[in-house]
Design a protein around this ligand. Structure first.
Ligand code: G16
Length: 562
């Protein structure tokens, strides 16, 4: 009876959201993304999926409406699982299936089959709760309404509108709610500012050097991150932040000539930055503030920058964590020693020089395909797993087991060796585990950790940038008729299909010393991405162009590379 009622509610509400004709949607690198005008039905259906996920896991689930670094007219939807990370990959085929169901009948049938297969308590026997948020895109409000209707189409499911948030804020809230911890936006700022304060208090006095300017200038990508950073900075001591491209009326368009994706790919200053910023420490967020890169404007007469990308943020974090672990463990008696498993996760986009540097530090480095869902999963296998994509997406994961051990060690030291270097290292690591977002990469928390470490090291941005010299690289994108025709293997470093394309790429690579190149279909845009690295910028540019021409030849309609 209840099931019948549930079926008819689903049928009735789904008929109000007909799917777009002739479009095939795919869950992609990070949820569904497309032009906002065609997304209402997808978002409605993902609302249903989130409610089912909440029923299945008996936990709070998150739904974020954003297209992150994509242009303002696009939008998208990402799902946060109970632990705050991306939705389990096991449900992605179901997400694809319901997004592409041809009509309400087809959709309800797919749902009924899935609910039976997964043994989901259906028809009002249990409640479900979904936290909803959106970025600042104009299409967000209407799409959020569609998501709410999808959630309400499942009996017992409640949608809680958290308003405008950064993606990492929503993921953080979902994680905290499910752990029974404080989870409001205000709690988020308090946790970040207090753990940052703790790290700053632990900066050795001799390191309080003039080399580290207290001022940081941040490009907010004209998105939600700028507004939230303004909020956060009210609670910070020891750091002066100026936010440009904050998204205020008339300041500019979201992600257009601004933001972490633009700065990292184009390697030029974002709009609003110029000669006055010459030499100072600058950072750039993306449209939903889950990516962070740093840069320094190079000269008064040009738009060129010294880019400090995700790889260098990763290297800085790895160096700091390794040093604290060394201080913490060096005096430990052998019988008590705990061998901390520290690992680093990158993708094929990582600059070769960064991987060499991390290996020289003696760290274990592993590669995964692009997408935080892959990196996060791998990093969670360590006591401390540090993951970053070159594009600035990443975080540091601390295992529960390691955190318990660390708390215990700190308590012991507090009673036997209070104020020692060893205890300070324990306190620093505990503060990092609270500052850095444990759910997902977060530009705001990452930025505070970078700032605290630079203070600790007494380093300017230039000194940081000199950790190693990046190999020159180039990224291009090629529009093709069907990007799904490209199949890759070995963490996206080898093209398996179309046949012959990898051989053509290999022939190009062999023409340049120290060269490397790969291609992959984007998971967020309708393009094939090309990456090339070589010993000179000219060689990297020329290699990228020739590989792009092969992509065009094999798959394209003879189009442009950008
Ligand atoms: C998303 C993922 C990132 C990934 C990026 C790649 O970023 O969250 O992990 O690096 O997509 O995009 P593509 O597949 O187009 O190369 P975001 O910031 O857009 O959510």
């Amino acid at each position: 009876m209840e099931e019948e009622k549930q079926r008819s509610i689903l049928l009735e509400s789904a008929s109000r959201f007909p799917p777009p004709q002739g479009v095939k949607l795919s869950y992609g690198t990070s949820g569904f993304r497309a032009d906002a005008s065609i997304l209402a039905s997808t978002v409605f259906r993902v609302g249903i999926l989130a409610a089912l996920r909440s029923l299945k896991t008996r936990s709070v689930i998150g739904l974020m409406i954003t297209a992150s670094h994509n242009r303002v007219s696009d939008n998208g939807i990402k799902i946060a699982d109970p632990h705050g990370g991306m939705m389990t990959q096991e449900w992605e085929p179901f997400a694809d299936a319901i997004a592409n169901a041809s009509d309400a009948e087809d959709l309800v049938q797919l749902i009924s089959q899935f609910v039976k297969k997964e043994n989901i308590p259906f028809g009002g026997v249990q409640s479900a709760e979904i936290l909803l948020a959106r970025d600042t895109r104009p299409s967000g409000e209407a799409l959020l309404e569609a998501a709410k209707q999808g959630i309400s189409a499942i009996i017992g499911a409640i949608a809680v509108n958290m308003g405008i948030l950064t993606t990492p804020q929503l993921h953080w809230m979902v994680r905290c709610r499910n752990k029974g911890m404080k989870a409001s936006e205000c709690d988020y700022y308090t946790q970040l500012s207090s753990s940052f304060g703790c790290l700053m208090d632990l900066v050795p006095t001799e390191m309080m050097s003039d080399a580290v300017d207290v001022k940081l200038t941040v490009d907010g990508a004209n998105g939600v991150g700028g507004e939230k950073l303004e909020e956060l900075k009210k609670q910070l001591k020891g750091l002066v932040i100026e936010v440009k491209n904050s998204g205020k009326e008339g300041e500019g368009i979201l992600n257009e000539g601004v933001g972490a994706d633009f700065v990292q790919k184009e390697k030029v200053v974002p709009c609003g930055f110029g000669s006055n910023d010459d030499g100072i420490r600058c950072a750039s967020l993306d449209g939903d503030a889950d990516r962070l890169v740093y840069f320094r404007v190079l000269s008064r007469n040009s738009s060129s920058i010294d880019l400090v990308d995700g790889d260098k943020i990763l290297s800085l974090f790895a160096l700091f964590i390794k040093e604290q672990l060394f201080i913490l463990c060096k005096e430990e008696k052998e019988e008590n020693a705990y061998l901390v498993k520290l690992g680093v996760v990158q993708t094929a986009y990582a600059n070769g020089a960064s991987t060499d540097y991390l290996k020289q530090l003696g760290l274990e480095v592993v590669l995964t395909p692009t997408g935080v869902k892959y990196l996060h999963e791998k990093a969670a296998e360590y006591d401390i797993g540090i993951y970053f994509e070159a594009n600035g997406h990443g975080t540091i994961l601390f295992s529960e087991h390691f955190c318990c051990w660390l708390e215990g060690r700190n308590n012991d030291l507090a009673s036997t060796d209070e104020g020692s270097e060893c205890q300070k290292a324990a306190l620093r690591l505990l503060a990092v585990s609270k500052l850095i977002n444990q759910a997902v990469g977060d530009a705001l928390s990452g930025l505070l950790l970078v700032e605290a470490i630079l203070q600790y090291m007494g380093w300017s941005i230039q000194r940081w940038s000199e950790l190693y010299k990046d190999l020159p690289s180039r990224q291009l994108k090629v529009k093709v008729a069907d990007r799904t025709a490209v199949i890759t293997a070995n963490e996206e470093t080898v093209v398996v299909k179309p046949l012959g394309l990898q051989e053509a790429i290999n022939t190009e690579i062999a023409k340049y010393p120290q060269a490397r190149s790969f291609i992959r279909p984007s998971g967020t845009e309708d393009v094939i991405r090309v990456y090339a690295e070589a010993s000179t910028q000219e060689a990297a540019d020329s290699l990228a162009q020739s590989v792009a021409r092969h992509v065009d030849h094999f798959l394209g309609f003879g189009s442009s590379h950008k």
